[in-house]
Design a protein. Structure first.
Length: 274
């Protein structure tokens, strides 16, 4: 577990569980959290740092998306206002493994966008569906950062049950904010180039899978997809972390199990025939 300062009145926490991230914004002794880590142990550690060590009171807990590995602290601050997109239940119920004990009904929901002034910072919550249908990007121009949630996973993406094209579009919208720092849902903070790297990874992975599906058939498709090396998909000069390697392998499993990019392959074949 670790935390670091991202700027004036901004603190980022990274837990041990899934390297899940939470970002705290301060208004005097009051704190607003964007996401709240992935395990009870991590969330209790964060509460100890914020409340016991720093003397802060958590007044708001907002979610970039309602998956359990980002909600562990929701129930630790019963007096805090909880904030999420209107489709939060769709995301929570779509998980492979729901941690029902972390679920807390948000007191405030919104549809497309809302802005919240918190101390010296202005937080712009923008609905940005990609990895999940309820995904929210939190643009903070006063801190020159944006909280991207799980629309990126470091320099890659995680496909899960999402439409890859939707993820790509979501990353593009994050890029349009023009912030120098991108806070991911996992791993921590990154320079803005991480967005280009994630799109590069997604595009190269798509190209690899389309080529394999076009050239082979049957079980050979599964074997070749499972053998796609992450280095084949990464942007130049990007060295994969162990966390990114792990989620790349999960992507390969998802691609086989859910026939991801099969439609893209069919469309590419149709274009060639035309």
């Amino acid at each position: 577990m670790r935390f670091e300062t991202l700027g004036s009145e901004v603190l980022m926490f990274v837990g041990d569980d899934h390297e899940s991230v939470a970002t705290a914004f301060f208004d005097g002794d009051d704190a607003l959290l964007v996401d709240s880590l992935g395990s009870a142990e991590d969330a209790n550690w964060m509460r100890s740092v914020l409340c016991a060590d720093l003397g802060k009171t958590v007044r708001v807990v907002a979610a970039t998306h309602y998956m359990s590995d980002h909600l562990a602290g929701m129930t630790l601050f019963p007096d805090a206002l909880t904030l999420a997109h209107r489709h939060h239940r769709h995301t929570f119920l779509s998980q492979n493994r729901c941690a029902d004990e972390f679920y807390r009904e948000p007191k405030l929901v919104f549809d497309s966008a809302m802005t919240l002034r918190w101390g010296r910072h202005e937080l712009r919550f923008v609905h940005n569906p990609g990895k999940t249908m309820d995904h929210v990007s939190v643009d903070v121009p006063t801190a020159d950062l944006v909280c991207a949630g799980d629309n990126i996973v470091g320099n890659i993406v995680y496909l899960s049950k999402a439409d890859p094209a939707l993820i790509r579009a979501a990353i593009g919208r994050i890029h349009q904010f023009g912030r120098r720092t991108v806070v991911g849902g996992h791993m921590g903070r990154f320079p803005a180039v991480v967005l280009d790297n994630a799109i590069h990874y997604l595009d190269r992975l798509r190209d690899c899978v389309i080529r394999i599906r076009s050239e082979t058939a049957g079980l050979e498709i599964e074997r070749r997809i499972a053998a796609i090396a992450i280095e084949t998909c990464l942007a130049p000069q990007v060295e994969p972390t162990s966390f990114e390697r792990d989620w790349h392998q999960r992507n390969l499993e998802v691609i086989v199990a859910q026939s991801v990019f099969a439609l893209d392959t069919a469309m590419a074949a149709s274009e060639r025939r035309a």
